[in-house]
Every structure is written in structure tokens, then in C-alpha cells.
Design a protein around this ligand. Structure first.
Ligand code: HEC
Length: 138
């Protein structure tokens, strides 16, 4: 094989997986944008760090709002998974904001989506901010 052909094949090998991720990310939450394993990681984190305020069932406690049902729909429909993950990463947990990384924030967003009836899919919700912005909460 000529070097130029090898190069072309390498380029395809690098670009194709990237396209697959971008395609999965540029979609609606109702099409399955997180994996079951990711939601499970988010659940573990939620129980450890968030449930004390928002409640184990996400129904909200005192001033901490519900993260499910009409409250969630009213606040988040039309926004993106990126908006949700960024809100979590930069402002939560309220008593220690900024302590979660991008990966944990994406996992938590996945778990919250799962509790709001959005189905699991094959791919993980990306931690990359640009890709996350392409996932609409529909
Ligand atoms: C110390 C209590 C406390 C903890 C712990 C906490 N939250 Fe919050 N959270 C709040 C309060 C109070 C609000 C509403 C006021 C505000 O946004 O600052 C809120 C708001 C939110 C919102 C916005 C809800 C909406 O619909 O506008 C999200 C999403 C959220 N929290 C997620 C989380 C996640 C995920 C965690 C765990 C990493 C977490 N919170 C931990 C108290 C808390």
C-alpha cells in the first residue's frame, strides 16, 4: 500500500469514531443519550452528595427543588443536557460548589434524565461541553 493510502485510512479511522460520538450527541434526550451504567454511576453520586438536600426520590426538600416531574420539565425542557450538567458542575452541591468534575456532572445529568422518563441508550452522555450542548432536553 502506498504511504498516501495508509494516511487516508488512518484519517478515516480517526474521523469515523468522532462522527459517531457527534451524531449521538447531536440529538434529543428522548432518543437515548446515556447508558444504564452511566446512570448507575450518577445514582451512586447522587445518593452520596445530593440526596441530603433534594431527597432520595428527587422530590425536593424545603428550599431544595424537586429534580423530577413538573418542576424539572418546566425548568429544563428546551434547554440542553449541557445546560443541566453545567448548572450542576458550577453551582452544586450547594454547600460545596465546583467540587464535581465534568465526568461526575455528566453522570448526574444522566441519572436525573433517567428519573424523568428519558430512556437509556447505547452511548454515554459526553462529558465534553461542546458535545453536551448538542443534546436537547425535549
Ligand atoms: C446543601 C443542599 C444542596 C445540595 C447538597 C445539593 N443541592 Fe441542588 N439545589 C439546592 C437548592 C437550595 C437549590 C435551589 C437554589 C439554587 O439553585 O441555588 C438547588 C438547585 C439545584 C438544581 C436546579 C434545579 C432547577 O430545576 O432549577 C439542580 C439541577 C440541582 N440543584 C442539582 C443538584 C445535584 C445534582 C446535587 C448533587 C451533586 C445537588 N443539587 C446538591 C440545594 C442543594
Amino acid at each position: 500500500m502506498k504511504p498516501v493510502q495508509t494516511l487516508a485510512l488512518c484519517a478515516i479511522a480517526i474521523v469515523l469514531p468522532g462522527l459517531a460520538i457527534a451524531q449521538a450527541a447531536g440529538s434529543a434526550a428522548s432518543s437515548g443519550v446515556y447508558s444504564p451504567a452511566q446512570a448507575a454511576r450518577g445514582q451512586a453520586k447522587y445518593s452520596a452528595v445530593c440526596a441530603s438536600c433534594h431527597g432520595e426520590d428527587m422530590a425536593g426538600v424545603d428550599v431544595a427543588p424537586a429534580l423530577t416531574g413538573g418542576t424539572f420539565a418546566g425548568n429544563w425542557k428546551g434547554q440542553t443536557a449541557g445546560d443541566l450538567a453545567t448548572r450542576i458542575r458550577t453551582t452544586m452541591p450547594l454547600d460545596n460548589p465546583g467540587s464535581l468534575g465534568a465526568a461526575a456532572s455528566a453522570d448526574l445529568a444522566a441519572f436525573i434524565l433517567s428519573r424523568n422518563g428519558y430512556p437509556a441508550g447505547q452511548v454515554e452522555l459526553p462529558r465534553d461541553a461542546t458535545l453536551l450542548q448538542q443534546v436537547k432536553i425535549d
